[in-house]
Design a protein around this ligand. Structure first.
Ligand SMILES: Cc1cc2nc3c(=O)[nH]c(=O)nc-3n(C[C@H](O)[C@H](O)[C@H](O)COP(=O)(O)O)c2cc1C
Length: 185
């Protein structure tokens, strides 16, 4: 379904980051070439080693390698991607994306991206309901980002409500449908 498609996956520091491991695995299984960028906080939730193993590519987090000064080219990476998928997208990163803040490698790549961007906001329901978060999501939608609606159900906080990252299978289907529509509008 995704043979030869280049998919850049951005992971932020949300509890749902563990689900993105399965998501990356499914994308690769569908034939996509996958590269993963993580925010520094995302590494508290899932390891770069897991993501690099599943994606078959090194994971990028920093602007440059502190050992040897080698720098990661966010412009090149953003041009490489057919699609950029940010999942889970934390309230913090959504706020920065909506306001043009670029203080980590993922955010810089996001601002440079010219490909379609899918964003999966994932957080506790009360966070999701905050007017500031609602405005940030609507701003991102208005900028042309494709928002993957958070699902309702049991949340990591132990509460039940809206805010769950969609299941990896559903996200893969959504991206597959997007490419199909692009081919046969
Ligand atoms: C256990 C735990 C779970 C968290 N889960 C979420 C979450 O699901 N969504 C969210 O927006 N923030 C969550 N946070 C807060 C973010 O990790 C925090 O705002 C962080 O600064 C996000 O950084 P980033 O956007 O640069 O990745 C959680 C924090 C902790 C300690």
């Amino acid at each position: 379904m995704l043979k030869g498609k280049k998919i850049l996956v951005g992971v932020t520091g949300g509890i749902a980051a563990y689900k993105t491991a399965s998501l990356v695995r499914l994308l690769v299984k569908e034939g996509a070439e996958v590269k993963v960028i993580m925010t520094p906080r995302a590494k508290d939730f899932i390891t770069p080693l897991t993501m690099s193993t599943l994606s078959n590519n090194p994971v990028l987090t920093l602007f440059y390698n502190t050992e040897n000064g080698d720098w990661n080219n966010h412009i090149e990476l953003s041009l490489w991607a057919d699609v950029f998928l940010i999942s889970p997208a934390s309230a913090n990163s959504l706020g920065k994306m909506a306001n043009g803040i670029a203080d980590n490698f993922l955010l810089t790549t996001y601002l440079a991206a010219r490909c379609p961007v899918f964003v999966a906001p994932s957080m506790d329901e009360n966070m999701l309901k905050h007017p500031a978060v609602i405005v940030n999501i609507e701003t991102l939608r208005a900028y042309g980002n494709i928002i993957l609606e958070p699902e309702s159900g049991e949340l990591a906080s132990g509460l039940t409500g809206k805010g769950r990252m969609p299941e990896p299978e559903d996200i893969v289907k959504e991206i597959g449908d997007f490419f199909k529509k692009k081919k046969h509008p």
